[in-house]
Design a binder for this molecule. Structure first.
Ligand SMILES: C[S@@+](CC[C@H](N)C(=O)[O-])C[C@H]1O[C@@H](n2cnc3c(N)ncnc32)[C@H](O)[C@@H]1O
Ligand SMILES: Nc1nc2[nH]cc(C(=O)O)c2c(=O)[nH]1
Ligand code: SF4
Ligand SMILES: [Mg+2]
Length: 242
């Protein structure tokens, strides 16, 4: 049994983002990322600030912890990070949780393929727009989308682009046009990661949501799309573990 670097196990809560927004779920957050997005809301997974909190856990130990925290009050687990796709053997966790009757969601940026993606029930791929200061390897992303399509997984897969500005909107249009076969989500970017006043943050995020909706309404290239805020940020602000 392999051991995986885990930073957080929490829930039950609601999935606050994307294709299964609102779904009751538990979260497993792995450590380590191959990106360093300018606005990453989970930078503690890769910037060294939480390195002493990383626990090396087997799939069994992760399930035990999920059960301790969530009891019988969940049947869905979201794996996020960091980039969980860096973990070659994570199918051990996916398989075990599915054997226990859970559906599995994965959050990843589309920089690394793993064969176990084909087992994921709700796979979110989130390519990074210019505001992140990361650049997408399009050959890699094409390959990932092709593999999923050829395995018949397109209906279990979605794209989610976080938007902070007009340049990001153009990036979103380009991604949607390149992969029209995948469900497409635009998500409000949260630029106030240090804000501790939840009301202030929620007001700002709702304004950004309205701006994003306006942009999408005015675009003929963004018709078959969904526009969402991070619901957990509206409810609970920048708190960790929610
Ligand atoms: C923290 S990432 C972890 C998974 C993976 N590394 C990825 O980026 O897809 C989870 C999701 O949060 C989004 N995200 C990160 N920082 C954000 C922010 N400041 N505002 C809105 N969404 C953000 C990412 O784009 C991604 O869709
Ligand atoms: N409630 C809730 N929903 C989420 N959706 C994606 C998250 C993430 O950090 O990957 C996240 C998170 O951290 N909390
Ligand atoms: S890819 Fe995801 S976890 Fe990595 S830095 Fe970007 S938002 Fe953060
Ligand atoms: Mg998050």
């Amino acid at each position: 049994m392999h051991k995986f670097p885990v930073l957080e196990i929490f829930g039950p809560t609601i999935q606050g983002e994307g294709m299964v927004v609102g779904r009751k779920t538990m979260f497993v957050r792995t450590a380590g990322c191959d990106y360093s997005c300018a606005w990453c809301d989970s930078a503690f997974t890769w910037d060294g600030s939480a390195k002493d909190d990383i626990r090396k856990m087997t799939a069994e130990a992760i399930y035990t912890s999920l059960h301790e925290k969530g009891g019988d009050y969940f049947d869905h687990v979201t794996i996020s990070g960091g980039n969980p796709a860096l973990l070659k053997h994570l199918h051990e966790l996916v398989d075990l949780l599915q054997e226990k009757g859970c559906e599995i969601a994965l959050e990843t940026q589309g920089s690394v393929w793993q064969d176990w993606f084909n087992a994921i029930d709700d796979l979110t791929i989130s390519p990074k727009p210019p505001s992140s200061r990361m650049s997408t390897n399009w050959d890699k992303l094409d390959d990932i989308v092709n593999r999923l399509e050829h395995a018949g997984r397109s209906s279990h897969t979605s794209l989610k682009v976080v938007v902070f500005n007009e340049e990001d909107i153009d990036f979103a249009k380009m991604v949607h046009k390149r992969y029209p076969q995948l469900a497409f989500f635009l998500q409000v970017g949260n630029e106030d990661l240090q804000e501790t006043n939840d009301q202030q943050l929620a007001m700002k995020l709702l304004q950004q949501y309205e701006w994003l909706i306006d942009q999408v309404m005015q675009s003929s290239e963004l018709n078959h799309v969904r526009v969402l805020p991070q619901v957990h940020a509206l409810l609970w602000g920048n708190k960790r573990g929610v």
